[in-house]
Design a protein around this ligand. Structure first.
Ligand SMILES: Nc1ncnc2c1ncn2[C@@H]1O[C@H](COP(=O)(O)OP(=O)(O)OP(=O)(O)O)[C@@H](O)[C@H]1O
Length: 242
């Protein structure tokens, strides 16, 4: 019997309250070790897609499976959230502790690590991201780019199996953007990246999807590997199935 994918969505549909048209319309999708990009116009439902995966919004129909197990209730989704790292669009929504070390160590401590081990893994993670000596910095005084990397550190320190990154390259200067590309390319970790930055996706992903009228559509391979700007928003659709 073949191994179940890390994450699988089966026929997921969702509409926001008061909206009749489904934002996600019977989406089936799976990811294992892949690096996937998700591009699409403002408001097409990309962040909602992540929120459904994380169990922050409840799908109206369909199932979400982690390692072949259906997520049935909040307890299941809490356990899923320990394995999937969600980088929010706005770092200020992710960072809440006075110092960088407290923020980065929060996850490992929550997972039951001793304070010494949590400190060690946090400093190691910060250094992996090039943030040497950042542990005692005051979080709210960091620059936007530094906040983004620290927010990434808060999820990497929990050693997730999959990263969901919502517009990670937004507002980064070219050097920080390049550093983030190198980090994502060099780590051995599956990810789904939402972005409007096609070059960023081309540098970090091997497959590209878009959301169009609630459907998840795989873009042509050549769109991601070439820099000719073929319209990424839903032309030449191939509905993705499991
Ligand atoms: N709680 C809510 N109630 C009603 N509508 C909502 C709610 N949250 C989001 N929406 C609407 O759902 C649509 C999809 O939002 P979502 O944030 O998923 O889009 P997106 O593709 O990530 O957009 P962007 O590229 O601008 O970040 C938008 O029209 C948004 O206004």
């Amino acid at each position: 019997m073949s191994k179940a994918p890390l994450l699988e969505l089966r026929n997921i549909s969702y509409s926001h309250p008061g909206h009749s048209a489904p934002l996600l319309d019977s989406i089936s999708f799976h990811i294992d070790t892949d690096r996937i990009g998700l591009i699409g116009p403002n408001g097409c439902g990309k962040t909602t897609f992540f929120e459904i995966i994380m169990g922050l919004l409840k799908a109206e129909t369909g199932e979400i499976l982690l390692d072949g197990t259906v997520m049935e209730n909040e307890k299941d989704f809490r356990s899923l959230r320990r394995k999937l790292g969600f980088l929010f669009q706005n770092s200020d929504d992710q960072l809440f502790s006075p110092t960088v070390l407290e923020d980065v160590a929060f996850g490992p401590l929550n997972l039951g690590m001793t304070p010494d081990s949590a400190r060690e893994v946090s400093i190691k993670t910060l250094e992996h991201l090039g943030l040497f000596g950042f542990e005692d910095r005051i979080t709210h005084k960091l620059s936007g780019g530094e906040k983004k990397l620290v927010a990434l550190a808060t999820i990497l320190s929990m050693e997730p199996k999959l990263l969901l990154l919502d517009e990670p390259s937004n507002n980064l200067d070219p050097a920080t953007r390049e550093r983030l590309i190198e980090i994502l390319r060099n780590q051995d970790l599956a990810h789904i990246i939402i972005s409007h930055d096609l070059d960023f996706l081309a540098s970090t992903c091997s497959r590209l999807y878009t959301l169009h009228d609630g459907k998840l559509i795989r873009c042509e391979e050549k769109q991601i590997h070439s820099h000719e700007h073929i319209h990424p928003y839903g032309e030449h659709p191939h509905q993705h199935g499991t």
